[in-house]
Design a protein around this ligand. Structure first.
Ligand code: GRF
Length: 216
């Protein structure tokens, strides 16, 4: 089967992007990273992508002001020439409108640094510490118009340790992110993920929290 062509959307350093690029270097990986787009001209990830020989584009949101629809039309126009099959959001800090999301049904993935549906939104690690949870983690999900709410493809749990700071917890979660994003992309690119009743089935069974598939 032809490898799926993936665009990664970033706003910052791009460590999840790098994890996906590294995974895709394996010839057996079912997807290739064809394009990296940033809305931030200064995003560190752009240089890291170029260094790997990947096409990059910048679609700065600022000239569009509050006109999110116009920004997204420009984003879509930047993506279109690259014959993209799947999009991975990786630290992309713009909320997408239903119009853009509708262009990519079941083809738009996001990674969130918490065990959804807990701690949607920003500052997840500080909020996890403040809540006193003992387990925290990361989630890869399909994007739907409601923020951080789409069907969950993969999750990994990490412990919250007694002396954790926001930084130590973030680092532990980030390592989990770098494991589950390539795993989730692999499953989607291989066509093994189906959505039924807002839940992802992998090979016809429910996805277990650790990102592996267990019979439901
Ligand atoms: C990650 O924690 C991701 O889950 C969140 O933003 C961060 C991006 O980090 N959405 P990086 O740019 O991939 O290093």
């Amino acid at each position: 089967m032809a490898r799926k062509r993936v665009a990664i959307l970033i706003s910052g350093r791009g460590s999840n992007m790098v994890a996906l690029i590294e995974a895709a270097k394996d010839a057996t990986f079912p997807a290739e990273i064809a394009l990296v787009v940033s809305n931030e001209p200064a995003a560190g990830g752009l240089e890291r992508a170029s260094a790997s020989g990947i096409a990059t584009a910048v679609v700065d949101h600022r000239p569009f002001g509050k006109d999110r629809a116009a920004f997204e039309r420009a984003l879509q126009a930047a993506i279109e020439p690259h014959a993209i099959d799947l999009i991975c959001l990786a630290g992309f800090m713009r909320l997408l409108t239903p119009w853009f999301i509708a262009q990519w049904p079941k083809r738009l993935l996001n990674i969130h640094p918490a065990l959804l549906p807990a701690f949607k939104g920003l500052d997840t690690h500080a909020r996890a510490l403040a809540a006193g949870v003992k387990q925290h983690g990361a989630t890869v999900h399909f994007v739907v118009p409601e923020m951080d709410s789409g069907p969950i493809i993969a999750q990994e749990t990490v412990p919250v340790l007694p002396n954790d700071t926001e930084a130590t917890l973030a680092a532990r979660v980030l390592a989990a992110e770098h494991r589950i994003y390539p795993l989730a992309l692999r499953l989607v690119a291989e066509g093994r993920v189906r959505v039924a009743d807002n839940r992802c089935l992998v090979d016809g069974v429910l996805v277990a929290p650790a990102g592996s598939a267990k019979p439901a």
